[in-house]
Design a protein around this ligand. Structure first.
Ligand SMILES: Cc1ncc(COP(=O)(O)O)c(C=O)c1O
Ligand SMILES: N[C@@H](CCSC[C@H](N)C(=O)O)C(=O)O
Length: 384
């Protein structure tokens, strides 16, 4: 099956009992056991639920992995993956990660004595140099949130393999439509499925997929033991969202291409962060490992232009956290999504106070651009 067919027909897309073409929502916390101690397939919904299992099978197929696991949020999925490891274990972590991941690492995982070295993943020499005797895995996003930095998944996975450690990739920005890290050598992929996979800003969910049987067994154990599983209703909603991933991403991409062109031509834009730009660092690697460059764009206004005024002047584009939904969303990472990172670290990592991040939706591109234009126009008027 090809990818777009798989989106629709993958997982357990037909119910074995009724033939329903949409996986039923099995809203049952427990399941009747016909014989005592017979180890039934379904026993209790935290341990396994048929609706969740269909979604988990689907994401495993889409990422070309062995097993998938659905969690109550992306953060819960990331937490479960780090729970594979023990006190004293060391990780090499990308310097540009979602603010909540930074917070999880620094305010939670460090309390359990996991150790971290932060490295710019574009510097392969620095990645290898950061590996210690206790290092168990390399963890990174690509493209990153919010700077859209691109890391070479294959090259980093090769370094990891050479040192007998694992590679974990947060594939939220790219989705398996644009990039499949497991096929490039990674061992575990995590997602905030709240974003493009759900696609409609109506579900908070997380996914993890692995190509390694031992990790799969351990993740199944941890998912059940920690218990941060995705409920059947949200599992269904997420699977429904995933069915249109390809169709949505094609429009997201067309719109992002139009918005990029507009921003490039506007004299009030100082800098654009987007892997599709040929002069953007990482463009060559993105072109190698991604089907397309996605619809996340970050940018800075020319000095003296007020980013706050700009985002508050938009009418169509929502000023809101999150991304990847059908509606265009804009935000200022320093104040919103990455506010949990101390300012000096944010600045060190390249996240300026005025950086603006735009998630281009699937509205008519003319309307998105008209909104950007009118909000930029207000700034010009004020300055003049
Ligand atoms: C790249 C990335 N990873 C993980 C997360 C965490 O996901 P969630 O909000 O679903 O917990 C987010 C956003 O929240 C994100 O942008
Ligand atoms: N206030 C939230 C931040 C959510 S950010 C959501 C998403 N990852 C994004 O980057 O837009 C928090 O403190 O967790």
């Amino acid at each position: 099956m090809r990818f777009n067919t798989q989106l629709i027909h993958g997982g357990n897309s037909e119910d074995k009992i009724t033939g329903a073409v949409s996986t039923p929502i099995y809203r049952s916390s427990t399941f009747h056991q016909y014989r005592l101690g017979a180890n039934p397939q379904w026993e209790y919904s935290r341990t396994g639920n048929p609706t969740r299992a269909s979604l988990e099978k689907l994401i495993a197929e889409l990422e070309d992995g062995l097993a998938g696991f659905a969690f109550s949020s992306g953060s819960a999925a990331i937490h479960a993956v780090f729970s594979l490891y023990s006190q004293g274990d060391h990780f090499v972590v990308g310097s540009d990660v979602y603010g909540g991941t930074f917070r999880l690492i620094n305010k939670v995982l460090k309390r359990f004595s996991l150790k971290f070295t932060v490295v710019n993943m574009q510097d392969l020499g620095a990645v290898e140099k950061a590996i210690q005797d206790e290092t168990v895995a390399i963890y990174f996003e690509t493209p990153t949130n919010p700077l859209l930095q691109v890391a070479d998944i294959e090259a980093i996975s090769n370094i990891a393999k050479k040192h007998g450690i694992k590679t974990i990739v947060d594939n939220t920005f790219a989705t398996p439509y644009n990039q499949q890290p497991l096929t490039l050598g990674a061992d575990i992929v995590v997602h905030s499925a709240t974003k493009y996979l759900g696609g409609h800003s109506d579900v908070v969910a997380g996914l993890a997929v692995t190509s390694d049987q031992q990790i799969a067994d351990e993740l199944a154990f941890l998912q059940n033991s920690i218990g941060s599983t995705l409920g059947p209703d949200d599992s269904w909603l997420l699977q429904r969202g995933i069915k249109t991933l390809g169709a949505r991403l094609r429009v997201h991409q067309e719109n992002a291409d139009a918005v990029i062109k507009f921003l490039q031509d506007d004299p009030r834009i100082a800098k654009i962060y987007y892997p599709g730009l040929t002069d953007f660092p990482g463009h060559r690697i993105a072109a190698k490992q991604m089907r397309n460059f996605g619809a996340m764009i970050s940018f800075e206004l020319k000095s003296g232009l007020d980013a706050k005024k700009f985002v508050e002047s938009l009418h169509l584009i929502d000023l809101a956290e999150s991304l990847g939904g059908i509606e265009s969303l804009i935000e200022v990472p320093a104040v919103m999504t990455h506010g949990s990172i101390p300012r000096e670290i944010r600045l060190e990592n390249g996240i300026k106070d005025e950086l603006i991040r735009l998630s281009v939706g699937i509205e008519d591109p003319e309307d998105i651009i008209a909104d950007l234009k009118q909000a930029l126009g207000k700034l010009k008027q004020e300055k003049g």
